[in-house]
Write a protein that binds this ligand. Structure first.
Ligand SMILES: Cc1cc2nc3c(=O)[nH]c(=O)nc-3n(C[C@H](O)[C@H](O)[C@H](O)COP(=O)(O)O)c2cc1C
Length: 309
């Protein structure tokens, strides 16, 4: 039973009922296992492991992470063990986890996206898919689909046919009108939209006069991007009817409340996990405290209640 003293934090995304709106963002929480010593992972709303492709990927040359004021630039390049290895060596770990597992995946071609969606559809223990059409630092794939509304629509429509799992589509901020892409993705059949991925960025070493990243260009994340992420979540949530999952620079519970007020039904924590591995659990406690202090018995009552004037 929920009450003012014990507020209900649960939210629903597609067919997934989350015990709270806090998920950990793909690529910033390893495969989960790496974080189990820091807190009870079952407390999270969902775990989203590193993005998976059909075949293993080596990623980009080092250095791959550079710290800037207020954030980091990464050019990991979607390094991952590939579908088969993931199923064999990583998936068994999640059997002992009692929270939702959402798989982040991507392809280099439409065929690869479809093939992966079909394969994951047959794997037990997966609650939903998060389709990445937004990675800024690989040559092919992702972003190509994520920056063209028509391509995004067609790709999502095909993936919709390939899986019965809850389908979340993750958008790139590296576009002129993110709400337009969001609308296309909704029309294609997505159950939810998550945003944002990282901003294309770079850094220069003035002594060597060389780039700080092996790939020259990477993706900026962390507190520096929060105000832009918030604006995008607000714009998108006004345009679509499906749930929006917000992320970008969340460090603390107050940040989460901002995202929820502008329309996010749930949120993801990314870069903050690399700074304080307990951010997830601390944020959950902080949200609860905010609800109690403001005498709100259900978090869902806060979604989109931002007063623009
Ligand atoms: C080191 C690193 C690796 C990432 N890898 C992925 C990935 O594999 N797939 C994906 O969709 N997003 C990936 N992202 C993007 C994050 O999931 C998130 O969208 C972004 O960092 C913004 O949130 P934040 O500012 O809270 O980090 C990665 C981000 C970082 C910092």
């Amino acid at each position: 039973m929920n009450s003012i003293r014990d507020p209900d934090l649960s939210v629903t995304i597609g067919n997934i009922k989350l015990k709270n709106p806090v998920m950990v963002a793909s690529g910033t929480f390893g495969f989960g296992e790496e974080y189990e010593d820091f807190f009870d992972l079952n407390q999270l709303g969902a775990i989203i492991p590193k993005g998976i492709s059909l075949k293993p990927m080596m990623g980009n040359p080092p250095p791959r992470i550079f710290e800037t004021e207020g954030g980091i630039i990464n050019s990991i390049g979607l390094q991952n063990p590939g579908f088969q290895d993931f199923i064999k060596n990583k998936l068994p770990y999640y059997k002992k986890i009692k929270t939702h597992l959402i798989i982040n995946f991507f392809g280099n071609t439409q065929r690869e996206y479809i093939e992966l969606a079909k394969r994951f559809d047959e794997v037990p223990g997966i609650s939903g898919l998060e389709m990445n059409i937004s990675c800024p630092n690989v040559k092919q794939g992702g972003i190509v689909f994520g920056s063209d509304p028509k391509m995004a629509y067609h790709l999502v429509r095909e993936i919709r046919k390939a899986t019965k799992l809850t389908l979340i589509v993750k958008l790139s901020p590296n576009v002129t009108d993110i709400a337009l892409i969001a609308k296309s993705v909704e029309e294609g059949g997505a159950d939810a939209i998550s945003l944002i991925n990282t901003f294309r960025a770079m850094a220069v070493n003035i002594h060597s006069r060389k780039p700080e990243l092996g790939n020259i260009i990477g993706g900026l994340s962390g507190p520096a991007i929060k105000p832009i992420a918030l604006r995008m979540v607000w714009e998108v949530s006004q345009r679509v009817k499906i749930p929006v999952i917000g992320m970008g620079g969340i460090m603390k519970a107050e940040d989460v409340i901002e995202f929820i007020l502008v329309g996010a039904s749930a949120i993801q924590i990314g870069t903050a996990n690399l700074i304080n591995p307990r951010t997830g659990i601390e944020v959950i406690h902080g949200i609860k405290k905010y609800l109690i202090q403001n005498r709100i018995n259900r978090i869902q009552k806060l979604v989109g209640v931002f007063k623009s004037h």
